[in-house]
Design a protein around this ligand. Structure first.
Ligand code: ZN
Length: 149
């Protein structure tokens, strides 16, 4: 963790040890599994999607501190957003991790997820940090496709 800014690593540790987002949603109407075999991370994401809105999200499963906290912080960031807003935030996050240029305005949209800005200094952890985000992007893409049918 030494390569991460102290403040951010605190946030990451906090979410990895104790997350109120780690639970099952009784009314979930959508769920997805994400796996990162390189590290052994396995997460299950649950969603309550209402029309175009992510009303609630939660996760379960197990994995390293980075995958767990990235999932939890992502949920805090995306909860209450529309699917389009969420997709926008997800692509900004992926851009940031890939060290592409991200504007200040875009960074603001990331909220606490900015904590993972320097994760690319630890290439082995990048897949851990991205797992939940890729999984969510796929499920939202599918949902949009189904909605437009
Ligand atoms: Zn991991």
């Amino acid at each position: 963790m030494s390569e991460l800014d102290d403040l951010y690593s605190d946030l990451i540790m906090e979410h990895s040890m104790c997350s109120c987002n780690k639970k099952s949603l009784a009314c979930a109407n959508c769920s997805a599994m994400g796996k990162n075999p390189n590290c052994g991370d396995e997460i299950k994401l649950e969603f309550i999607l209402k029309d175009n809105l992510i009303e609630d999200m939660s996760f379960g499963g197990h994995g390293c501190a980075i995958s767990q906290s990235s999932t939890s912080i992502m949920i805090d960031t995306l909860r209450g957003k529309t699917i389009e807003e969420a997709q926008d935030i997800i692509s900004i996050f992926i851009k940031m991790i890939n060290r592409e240029e991200v504007s200040e305005e875009e960074k603001e949209k990331l909220g606490n997820s900015i904590a993972f800005e320097n994760i690319s200094n630890m290439p082995a952890r990048v897949k851990c940090a991205l797992l939940a985000w890729h999984t969510t992007r796929n499920i939202l893409n599918d949902t949009l496709k189904n909605n437009s049918k």
